[in-house]
Design a protein around this ligand. Sequence first.
Ligand SMILES: C[S@@+](CC[C@H](N)C(=O)[O-])C[C@H]1O[C@@H](n2cnc3c(N)ncnc32)[C@H](O)[C@@H]1O
Length: 351
Amino acid sequence: MEKAFSQQNRKYIGSKAALLDFIVQAVEDMVGSELSACSFLDLFAGTGVVAGAFVGKARQVLACDLLYSNYVTNRAFLCTTPKNANLQQIELLLERLNSLEGEGGYLAESYGNTYFTWENAERIGAVRDEIESWRQKGLITPQEYYILLTSLLYAADKVANTCGQYDAYLKNLGHPPYSPGGVHLVDETVYSRLQLRPLKITARGDCQVYCQDANTLVEEVDADIIYLDPPYNSRQYCDNYHVLENVARWEKPPLAGKTRKFDRSGLRSRYSKKREAAVALAELVAKARCRYLFLSYNCEGIISDCELMEILESRGQVQIREQPYPVFGNGAGRSRRRQLLERLFICEVSS
Ligand SMILES: C[S@@+](CC[C@H](N)C(=O)[O-])C[C@H]1O[C@@H](n2cnc3c(N)ncnc32)[C@H](O)[C@@H]1O
């Protein structure tokens, strides 16, 4: 079987995979040797790489995200132990899933010849049905369910006809990868066969994963350190990742429009609304029960620096660390590299 999927092995807008050393160093400098006795809560976890970086460093790690697809992948990468999943059996099950072909069905009719080739869409649908039926028959444990589903989400992402996010699919599916004149038309990976792989699970700690609005969860749990990485622009994550979210949920809702989206009311984030983002952050910071707040917010965000400082200073002294950071286009695609300034706001909570 091919190389395993690691947690960082997906394109995700705003992922801090390339900034982990910067974030870990800042936390270690601030908290010092007490870190091993601290709990660490990653409230906008996304891919979960930041939470994952603190497993083994902090006493306990908690991760939360609004999207169910992220809950699934975070459960798989952060909560697997030899007690709740048999990884040898998983390899055998992955082989069985990889041999499925599928025939038509919801996934192919929804996304075949747009986000995926028709054949891969048929396979994704067949694999998803099979995983669900194994769960219903009690043939796999709940943790094994999250692992298999995560492998499917990562595999689907690898063969998707997108530039890393699903707000729209790319044109030219069906054409060869290059035109006779050498113009790049479609990524060759889009035509490769869907291939589920085992997961590279490194974090085996005492982790708790939640699928909730951060502003609600913050009222329910406390932690020594709270890390905040909210969306910082008006592109909703539920729009950018609706296809993976739909595969994860598997409720087979009707889809609308050219970009084939399901009704995402309830998944829209206040942090991606210009008028509401600062209010949402202020409410969250006011409610946070912690000793340290770390906030990642880049220099092109919709909340102004002035507002950020005012919100954080209401809880204690604030310092800022900065790191230049190259991104591709809007952060997910393959367009030109740009240099941004990533900032980490650090508040030692005193009130
Ligand atoms: C900038 S990304 C986080 C990236 C993450 N740190 C990583 O390295 O992958 C912001 C995340 O916040 C999530 N999100 C948006 N609004 C939220 C809310 N109100 N509560 C919880 N999560 C939310 C999005 O689904 C998205 O995954």
